[in-house]
Design a protein around this ligand. Structure first.
Ligand code: A2P
Length: 338
């Protein structure tokens, strides 16, 4: 069988990567529809050797579409995903719009693929936040083995997570500043070139940002464990592609660094890069950018806690953190459900 696919946000950083991954993995496509706002309607995007004309989402009728990927922001999903689902498409939504709704599955392909089964009620499957995604791919086998009770995490998140305008701002601001020119922040709330910013998404009443709370809510939902404690600080750094995370976990039973390393070495979607020497660890630029796996290094026992373990987790936020997982959900969907 082959499927009619729609990509909402086809001109964006994630949309473009969904299309290239669909092509790379030879997803069975009978027809591909590229959708965006009226701003880019009529322009063309590449799909393999073909050019596809972008259509305006506002007046697109989803009848006949089998799977619709949405990556055009929460308000676009709120308005258009339900009508796409009502027209019979299964929506795979990359925004946070539906992630916290109990009867909408939130799925990481390696971690909780069984949750996809719930999609029939609303016709929508939510794709998790990029920071949560890479963290849980690496932590799931440890959680299953010894029970994680608490996660402390600080993220180092690249600008591509803020979309094309985030990539542009880092590039242009860096070039301007190296030429002695001013480039005031617009997309980011402070200068991002040569700086780090502890603020992603909106502040919440408890003093955490929404990006941080996404990691709390999504970890509990995906692990199906309301007791797991998560304490995140999310930071934007001047990196183009790839998020890194310093993760400190506390477990119910003790796990040694060696046991954790052995477990992760056999985990699907994970590559361990953990040699205690210069370069023996993953970084966004040296390992993750443009690649599929979640890379884990710096695995060591916490000298401040008897049941504590430290890990450094790096992945391409646009690939596993967004586009790749969305395509993997689609692959599971066509294999077992459509
Ligand atoms: P457009 O090219 O028309 O602006 P990014 O995350 O890289 O910023 O990309 C956002 C994507 O979402 C783009 O493809 C953008 O299309 C699309 N988009 C933004 N707003 C809308 C909207 N109101 N309707 C449809 N697509 C939208």
């Amino acid at each position: 069988a082959s499927y009619k696919i729609a990509m909402v946000g086809a001109t964006g950083a994630v949309g473009e990567t969904v299309l290239s991954i669909l092509h790379e993995r030879a997803f069975p496509i009978s027809e591909l529809v590229a959708l965006a706002s009226e701003r880019s309607a009529g322009s063309t995007i590449e799909f393999g050797a073909r050019s596809i004309t972008v259509q305006n989402l506002d007046n697109y009728d989803f009848s006949g579409v089998d799977i619709a990927f949405f990556s055009a922001g929460g308000s676009v999903s709120r308005k258009h995903a339900p009508r796409a689902a009502a027209a019979g498409a299964v929506v795979i939504d990359n925004t946070s719009e539906f992630r916290y709704q109990d009867d909408i599955p939130l799925v990481i392909s390696e971690v909780n693929p069984h949750a996809i089964a719930q999609y029939k009620k609303h016709g929508i499957i939510a794709n998790p936040n990029c920071s949560t995604m890479q963290m849980l791919v690496a932590l799931a086998p440890i959680h299953h083995a010894v029970g994680i009770t608490r996660i402390n995490v600080a993220t180092y998140q690249s600008v591509s997570g803020a979309g094309r305008s985030g990539l542009d701002e880092l590039a242009k601001q860096t070039a301007a500043m190296l030429n002695g020119q001013e480039f005031p922040p617009a997309k980011f709330s402070a200068q991002i070139a040569f700086n780090v910013i502890p603020h992603i998404d909106d502040f919440q009443d408890n003093g955490y940002t929404k990006e941080e709370m996404k990691m709390v809510w999504e970890t509990r939902k995906i692990f199906e464990d309301e007791t797991i404690q998560v304490n995140p600080t999310a930071v934007r750094v001047p990196v183009f592609y790839g998020h890194a995370e310093a993760v400190h976990i506390e477990t119910r039973d003790k796990i040694s660094a060696e046991q954790a390393r052995a477990l992760l070495e056999t985990t699907s979607g994970v590559v361990v890069v953990d040699e205690r020497k210069a370069g023996g660890y993953p970084t966004p630029v040296s390992h993750a950018a443009g690649q599929d796996p979640v890379f884990v290094g710096r695995i060591r026992e916490d000298i401040s806690h008897v049941h504590g373990l430290n890990l450094w987790i790096v992945s391409d936020n646009i690939r596993k953190g967004a586009a790749l997982n969305a395509v993997q959900i689609a692959e599971l969907l066509v294999k077992s459900y459509l």
